[in-house]
Design a protein around this ligand. Structure first.
Ligand SMILES: *Cc1c(COP(=O)(O)O)cnc(C)c1O
Length: 361
C-alpha cells in the first residue's frame, strides 16, 4: 500500500522503512495481547524489558559488538554527547579533535568548555569539502582521546579510512551513517549517534562505549551526565525513551532480515552511485565534495547560481520530492539517501533532475 507517501530526502528526522511503520501501526492499540500500546507501558514491565533487551541483542549481533563494550540508550540526542564526552573522557583534560564541518565544530565548542582541545587537522580551508590526511598527526602523549565526526551530514563527507590515533582512544560521531555499513567496533573506544538520521524517531542517542572508559570517580558530575549512571542501570536510571527504543528495535530486525550490514552497504553503494553518476555527467549540476570523501548518505550538490538552486528545489518539490534544500549554512541542494530510501526513490529524483536540465538546455 502507498498511503500517498512521498520520497522524503530529509537529513533528519528522516524516512523510515515502511514495513517498520506498518508493524508499529498494527501493534498500536494492543501490543501482542497485553491490551495497551508500547507508549502506555511501564518501562519497568516485563513486556518492555523484553523489547529493550531484544533491541540491544539485535544491535549487538548486527554490529558484532564485543562483550567488553556497553550499549547505552541516552536521551538528549547526539548534541548532549558533545558535552558528555569531554566531561567523562577527559581524564588529563586534553583531547584531539579533527574539524571536518559543522557537527565537529559544535563538538569542539563544547569540549573547549571542559578542557584543552587540540584541532590537529581541519578542512576549513576548503569549506569542508574533503577529509584531511590523518595518517601522521601530532598527538601529545597525554591526549585522552581523538574525536571525529565520521559522516558530516551537512557537508556530505565520510571518512573512508580512520585516522591514525597512535594508540589513543578513538571517539566517533556516527549519527548520519549509523548501521549504513559494517563497522569494526574494536577500532573505537566509543561510537555514538542520534538515531533520527538512519535508524528511528528523534530524541535519543545510542552510545557504544568500551567498559574501561566508564569512570566511577566522577561523583561531582551531575548524575545524569555520567556514563556510569546509564551503564549501571542498563539505560533505565530514569524513564527512557521507550517508544524510540521500541521502533529502533524493529529497524534492527528489519536490517537483520535483509542480510545485515554487508547487504545494507551493497544497497547503499548502488543507490548513491545512481545519483553521483548523474552529477558527474550533468552539465548543470555538480557534487561539492572531493570524490574520494563522498558520503553515501548525504549528497550535497549545486548549480552555478543560488537562484537556479532555489528553482530546482521548487521544481522537485512540485514533483513530489521533499526536503532537497541544502542546510541553511551551506545553501545549494542536498539529498539525504539513508538506509530506508529505496533505489527507486533516487532513480526517480535523478529522472526529475534530468528533466529539469533538459528543459533548461
Ligand atoms: C544531526 C546530527 C547531530 C545532532 O543530533 P541531535 O540528535 O539533533 O542532537 C550530531 N552529529 C551529527 C553528525 C548529526 O548529523
Amino acid at each position: 500500500m502507498n498511503y500517498g507517501r512521498i520520497y522524503n530526502f530529509a537529513a533528519g528526522p528522516a524516512t523510515m522503512p515502511e514495513s517498520v511503520l506498518e508493524e508499529a501501526r498494527d501493534e498500536m492499540m494492543n501490543y501482542r495481547g497485553c491490551g495497551m500500546s508500547v507508549m502506555e507501558m511501564s518501562h519497568r514491565s516485563k513486556m518492555f524489558q523484553q523489547i529493550a533487551d531484544e533491541a540491544e541483542a539485535d544491535l549487538r549481533e548486527l554490529m558484532g559488538i564485543p562483550d567488553n563494550y556497553k550499549v547505552l540508550f541516552i536521551q538528549g540526542g547526539a548534541t548532549l554527547q558533545f558535552s558528555m564526552i569531554p566531561m567523562n573522557l577527559m581524564k588529563n583534560g586534553k583531547a584531539v579533535y579533527i574539524e571536518t564541518g559543522t557537527w565537529s565544530k559544535k563538538a569542539i565548542a563544547e569540549a573547549k568548555k571542559v578542557g584543552e582541545v587540540i584541532v590537529a587537522a581541519s578542512s576549513a580551508d576548503k569549506n569542508y569539502t574533503y577529509i584531511p590526511d590523518c595518517s601522521d598527526l601530532d598527538i601529545p602523549e597525554d591526549t585522552d582521546y581523538v574525536y571525529i565526526c565520521e559522516n558530516e551530514t551537512i557537508h556530505g563527507l565520510t571518512w573512508q579510512k580512520l585516522p591514525n590515533t597512535k594508540g589513543h582512544v578513538l571517539v566517533s560521531d556516527q549519527s548520519s551513517m549509523f548501521l549504513s555499513r559494517p563497522c569494526n567496533v574494536s577500532d573505537y573506544g566509543m561510537i555514538y549517534g542520534g538515531v533520527q538520521k538512519n535508524i528511528g524517531p528523534a530524541g535519543m542517542s545510542i552510545v557504544i562505549i568500551r567498559e574501561d572508559l566508564i569512570r566511577d570517580d566522577l561523583k561531582d558530575l551531575p548524575v545524569y551526565m555520567q556514563y556510569a549512571t546509564h551503564a549501571g542501570a542498563d539505560s533505565m536510571y530514569n524513564t527512557p525513551n521507550c517508544w524510540c527504543i521500541y521502533i529502533c528495535g524493529k529497524v534492527f530486525k528489519y536490517l537483520k532480515s535483509i542480510g545485515g550490514l554487508e547487504a545494507m552497504n551493497e544497497r547503499n553503494v548502488a543507490k548513491a552511485k545512481i545519483l553521483y553518476d548523474f552529477l558527474d555527467s550533468s552539465k548543470l549540476f555538480r557534487g561539492t565534495v572531493e570524490k574520494a570523501d563522498r558520503s553515501l548518505m548525504n549528497v550535497p550538490f549545486v548549480t552555478d547560481s543560488a537562484e537556479l538552486d532555489a528553482e530546482v528545489v521548487a521544481y522537485t518539490k512540485a514533483a513530489g520530492f521533499e526536503n532537497l534544500k541544502g542546510h541553511r549554512s551551506v545553501g545549494g541542494l542536498r539529498a539525504s539517501i539513508y538506509n530506508a530510501m529505496p533505489a527507486e526513490g533516487v532513480q526517480a529524483l535523478v529522472d526529475c533532475l534530468k528533466k529539469f536540465e533538459a528543459e533548461r538546455a
